[in-house]
Design a protein around this ligand. Structure first.
Ligand SMILES: Nc1ncnc2c1ncn2[C@@H]1O[C@H](COP(=O)(O)OP(=O)(O)O)[C@@H](O)[C@H]1O
Ligand SMILES: [Mg+2]
Length: 338
């Protein structure tokens, strides 16, 4: 790995791969995250996001390839890497039977901060993450949003220059998500390098300088959110229906007149497909009528990052936006080195 790349980049990965049995959870994964920037690792459940985070944070050993974080090799210098990073994983790290304050103090002590310093740091973080009033309450009584902010606070105790967040806002309501985004922007404004995984396109669009799209363990696209939209964007036709039974027929009808394959959104009950210069809405309406589809609404709009994502990744025609429908995280077979 090039020495210059290592100094200007907080995270560098080359040909990283992780195999479980016959299956590659991550394969041929290359990455270069400039210091102080935000990388969004985007993908459906099972795409390999957590695997990438676990390797980069020294919690899992790669089957092949190499990576450095803050200039240190994740395999040969795990302790040096861990000195430089904070991690908020999908599994909660804090203890529900302790107060928020006690949790943060304990973590400070684990980092060998003197008691007074650990206390002051805990207070400071509670204030920064808008948890001041909840500091003395047991964590099990926190709301989901509060809990997530405390998890984030926990990963910030040692003021790490590189922060890894694995799906920080999955399951949060829109308001809590917005609050967390604001906090993360402040953090990045202070110079922290941030690597976050998400299933939400909007989240990457809001926060990330660079996006890496993962599908079945492989990178399928990289670029800034704007670049991805420009490359795979353009105008789309959107057909909204009243009942989910009509979605398949609407997709078929739309594909007959649109410039590409149709994507179905089962939650919001619409179908989209790329439009070309010559795609006329009236033709779409006719095709829908021919297909016996009673469309609620037909329109053109600019492509969103969602469209980019679904034009590049599988599962085809499905959306993985419902956090409650998420597949359970596989049981980890590897533990962190002590
Ligand atoms: N410890 C493990 N043992 C076996 N298979 C695993 C393990 N961890 C992850 N996998 C598999 O690797 C793939 C990627 O998983 P993961 O990295 O957790 O994806 P994501 O975080 O994007 O949802 C999935 O198919 C998952 O089942
Ligand atoms: Mg995951």
């Amino acid at each position: 790995m090039n020495q210059d790349t290592q100094t200007s980049h907080a995270v560098v990965a080359a040909g990283l791969g992780k195999r479980y049995g016959e299956q590659w959870a991550l394969h041929e994964f290359d990455l270069a995250v400039p210091t102080g920037s935000v990388l969004g690792l985007l993908g459906h459940n099972g795409a390999g996001k957590t695997t990438a985070i676990r390797i980069l944070t020294t919690l899992a050993a790669p089957t092949e390839g190499s990576a450095t974080v803050a200039g240190h090799d994740v395999v040969t210098e795990p302790a040096a890497v861990r000195d430089q990073i904070g991690l908020t994983s999908q599994a909660a790290t804090v203890d529900g039977l302790m107060s928020g304050l006690a949790n943060l103090e304990m973590i400070g002590r684990l980092y060998h901060l003197p008691r007074k310093v650990a206390q002051a740091r805990a207070q400071e973080l509670l204030a920064e993450l808008a948890l001041e009033d909840a500091g003395d309450r047991l964590v099990r009584d926190y709301s989901g949003g509060m809990r997530r902010r405390l998890d984030l606070a926990a990963s910030l105790v040692a003021s790490p220059p590189v922060l890894f967040l694995d799906e920080p806002t999955t399951g949060l309501d829109p308001e809590s998500r917005n609050e967390l985004w604001d906090l993360l922007r402040q953090l990045v404004g202070g110079g922290t390098t941030l690597i976050l995984t998400t299933q939400y396109l909007e989240e990457a669009d809001q926060l990330a300088d660079e996006v890496v799209l993962l599908d079945h363990g492989k990178i399928v696209a990289t670029g800034s959110p704007a670049q991805l939209k420009a490359r795979h964007g353009g105008e789309r036709v959107v057909v909204t229906v009243d009942a989910s039974e009509e979605l398949a027929a609407a997709a078929q009808a739309l594909e007959r007149v649109a410039a590409g394959r149709a994507e179905i959104d089962h939650e919001e009950l619409f179908v989209t497909a790329p439009a070309s210069e010559s795609t006329r809405l009236i033709e779409v309406v006719r095709a829908l009528e021919d297909g016996g589809v009673d469309a609620h609404d037909v329109r053109r709009r600019e492509a969103t990052l969602d469209d980019v994502f679904f034009s590049l990744t599988s599962p085809r025609g499905t959306r993985a936006t419902s956090p409650t429908a998420a597949t359970p995280t596989p049981t980890d077979t590897e533990e962190a080195p002590a």
